[in-house]
Write a protein that binds this ligand. Structure first.
Ligand SMILES: C[S@@+](CC[C@H](N)C(=O)[O-])C[C@H]1O[C@@H](n2cnc3c(N)ncnc32)[C@H](O)[C@@H]1O
Length: 228
């Protein structure tokens, strides 16, 4: 039998579809290299931050609004740079980071426009924005943005999408695991709903909602975000 690594065990605690498999996908597609400065938005207990530091030797840090989750992370590893801060107002200087990650967190944030403006502000030109999140395959009324919506939102904020991949199989596994544990996925959809679009209905969600990973590059300053 294969031995469980530290990260196999930690992956169990990750609150998102795909866990560290999709973290690896994002890091590879972003071409993150040793020493790069990267922040994870909505980092929870900091498992991604720890993984990026251990596996890619990045100067990774994380921000989250949940004091409890950050404390759990710091209990696990006291030296982990996790900060109690909102992604809408990041504690980093302009143009100081090479990468911004957001795994299953952007769509639960109150003001996604502000968060993207902040991501643009803190990134260097050419810096990467790496996202995994929910999207709606066809029906914009299903409670999530379509690819077209995501793409135009990112473009308005000065980002150009370099690669995009549907990751629905990981969402299916995640939802199935949740149902096994809790009997229904209703609570999960409530928690994952995209605030701008209202709550998901379980039946609609299982038909229309999918999951993606994408990497975008900062190509312009946030001036674009002010238009329209
Ligand atoms: C679905 S969880 C995902 C957590 C983590 N990325 C993971 O994959 O395990 C969303 C996280 O976003 C955090 N969050 C929500 N709004 C936030 C904001 N404005 N700024 C920072 N974190 C926020 C929540 O506290 C929560 O930890």
């Amino acid at each position: 039998m294969m031995e469980m690594t530290k990260f196999d065990e930690l992956a169990e605690a990750v609150l998102r579809p795909g866990g560290l498999i999709l973290t690896r996908w994002l890091a590879e597609a972003s071409e993150f290299r040793q020493g790069m400065q990267v922040v994870d938005l909505g980092c929870g207990t900091g498992i991604t931050v720890e993984y990026l530091r251990d596996h890619y030797a990045l100067q990774a840090s994380g921000v989250d609004l949940s004091k409890e989750r950050l404390e759990l992370g710091q209990k696990r590893l006291p030296e982990l740079p996790l900060f109690l801060a909102s992604a809408e107002s990041l504690p980093f200087a302009d143009g100081s980071l090479d990468g911004v990650m957001a795994e299953c967190s952007l769509s639960v944030m109150e003001n996604i426009e502000k968060v993207l403006a902040e991501a643009n502000r803190v990134l260097v030109m050419g810096g990467r924005l790496a996202i995994s999140d929910l999207y709606s395959r066809e029906d914009p009324g299903a409670g999530a943005m379509t690819f077209v919506n995501w793409n135009s939102l990112l473009t308005r904020h000065g980002f150009n999408v370099l690669c995009w991949k549907d990751q629905v199989k990981y969402l299916k596994n995640f939802v199935a695991g949740f149902i096994m544990k809790h009997g229904s996925a209703e609570e999960l959809w409530q928690c994952l709903r995209q605030r701008r679009q209202g709550a998901f209905k379980e039946r609609e969600a299982s038909h229309h909602i999918s999951y993606f990973s994408l990497v975008a590059v900062k190509e312009a300053h946030r001036i674009l975000a002010r238009k329209g």
